[in-house]
Structures are given as structure tokens and as C-alpha cells.
Design a protein around this ligand. Structure first.
Ligand SMILES: [Zn+2]
Length: 254
């Protein structure tokens, strides 16, 4: 009776949890209800966030050691594949340089002094150097150089930390889309350096094959084979006619 009403959502919940893994975004959205969680907890290990902290293209925060462990031993994380399927290498994260207030120990914006916390100001970081600022700092000081280290940064690549609006969530995703199309990773490193090496190897292989096809190598290869044949024929004391044929062949092809 009274239980009937309650049993429906419970069942739904059960189905949802047994059906499985929630995506990183789903989990994140769910945790937005408890925004403190995403500002204080490593989304992967569920341990309290502690410096050094890294962030992915979604602007989510993780303990660096947890991500390193994830990259080395993904089997240690039951839900890792659901939470950080997009983190495949160190190129997919940026280590954040967060200013820690010496007195309070709180994480703050070095320009505005605002605290990084849930329900607080909007915070961004520059993937070029990892420095973190309240968004208002960028408004106050219009520059293309990091307000902390002076490194030139691209405004299009700035990442919003723990975005709370759909616009900001989508902006982070759109940014990643742009980077991908430019052959870059979240950390602005070339996405293809690993592949490049692979491609490079492939290219060399192709080059090698081409070389063989093109002439000189096949020539040398054939020459070698023929020389070997000649030597063999000498060794095995094959009749003189065949030997001279082989030698003639060698000269014709050389
Ligand atoms: Zn910087």
C-alpha cells in the first residue's frame, strides 16, 4: 500500500545501479547536487583532494597520484573506466598550480584572493601553465599572459573548473572538440606524437618498401642473392655453364 509508492523509485534506482556504470558526466551532474563533493574530493579515488591536483578537459579535479595509479594499474579502480575513460595518458590531464593561502591553507585565486570552493566564484585554469584564477581576475586584467607566470595563453583554451552551468559544461566539451580537430590533447600537446612515432615507423617501413620497389635496394638485394647463388654454385661445384649464367645475370642486373 504505502510501500507501493516507495517501491517504484527504489526499483528504478536498483535497475540503474545494477545496469551499471554511470558516465563521468552523469556522476558529475549527480554530484553537482552536492557540489562540495567535486571541490573537495578526487572524483576517481573518492579521497579528499590534496595537492598536487590535476584536471581533465571536463574541468574535474583529481589527485595526481590517483591518476598516475589509474594510468599504471587501471584494474585498481572498479569504476575508473566509467569515471575517466578519457584519461589515457598524462597528456589528457593538466597539473594545476593552485595558490594556497599560507595562513588559512585554503586554495585561493592569487589575483582576487577568492577561495576555490563550491558555490563560490567561477574558476578557470590555463592549460599552458596550470595556473588557476577566479574568472573575475581575467575580467579585471585583460592580458594574453598568465597573471602569475607571464606565459602567453590562448583564451580559447581556458578551462572552467567544475562547471555548474550547461553553457560552461558544453564550452569545456566544445573546446576539447576543437583541440582534437587541431590534433591536440587537453594539455595542448600533440595528440599524435605517440601515433607520429607509430606513423613514423610506418612511414619508414613504407619508405623502405618504396625504396625496394624503386630500385636500388632491390637491385642490391638481388645482387646479394645472386652473389650468394654464384658463391653457392662455386661451392657446390655446379657446372660451368650455369655458373657463368648466374654471373652474366649479375652483371646485367647490376
Ligand atoms: Zn601561469
Amino acid at each position: 500500500m504505502g510501500n507501493d509508492g516507495g517501491s517504484i523509485p527504489t526499483r528504478r534506482e536498483l535497475v540503474k545501479s545494477t545496469k551499471g556504470e554511470r558516465t563521468s558526466s552523469e556522476l558529475f551532474e549527480q554530484n553537482l547536487l552536492n557540489a562540495t563533493f567535486v571541490w573537495s574530493t578526487c572524483l576517481l579515488s573518492k579521497r579528499p583532494l590534496e595537492l598536487p591536483v590535476v584536471s581533465d578537459y571536463l574541468g574535474h579535479l583529481y589527485n595526481k597520484d590517483s591518476i598516475l595509479e589509474w594510468l599504471i594499474s587501471p584494474e585498481n579502480f572498479g569504476d575508473g573506466e566509467a569515471i575517466v575513460p578519457h584519461i589515457k595518458s598524462l597528456k589528457d590531464i593538466v597539473e594545476l598550480k593552485i595558490t594556497k593561502d599560507e595562513d588559512s591553507g585554503k586554495w585561493t585565486c592569487p589575483v582576487t584572493g577568492k577561495e576555490l570552493k563550491s558555490g563560490g566564484s567561477k574558476f578557470d585554469y590555463l592549460p599552458e601553465c596550470g595556473h588557476v584564477f577566479a574568472e573575475s581576475a581575467f575580467r579585471e586584467i585583460d592580458t594574453d599572459n598568465c597573471l602569475e607566470c607571464g606565459l602567453k595563453y590562448n583564451k580559447d583554451y581556458v578551462v572552467t573548473i567544475n562547471p555548474t552551468t550547461k553553457t560552461d559544461v558544453e564550452a569545456n566539451k566544445a573546446r576539447m572538440g576543437r583541440l582534437k580537430s587541431e590534433g591536440l590533447t587537453h594539455s595542448l600537446k600533440s595528440a599524435s606524437s605517440k601515433k607520429k612515432r607509430k606513423n613514423g615507423e610506418d612511414a619508414n617501413e613504407k619508405k623502405g618498401k618504396k625504396k625496394i620497389k624503386a630500385g636500388e635496394s632491390i637491385h642490391n638485394e638481388e645482387t646479394l642473392r645472386m652473389t650468394k647463388r654464384v658463391l653457392e654454385s662455386v661451392q657446390h661445384d655446379i657446372n660451368g655453364r650455369k655458373r657463368s649464367e648466374a654471373i652474366q645475370d649479375l652483371y646485367l642486373k647490376a
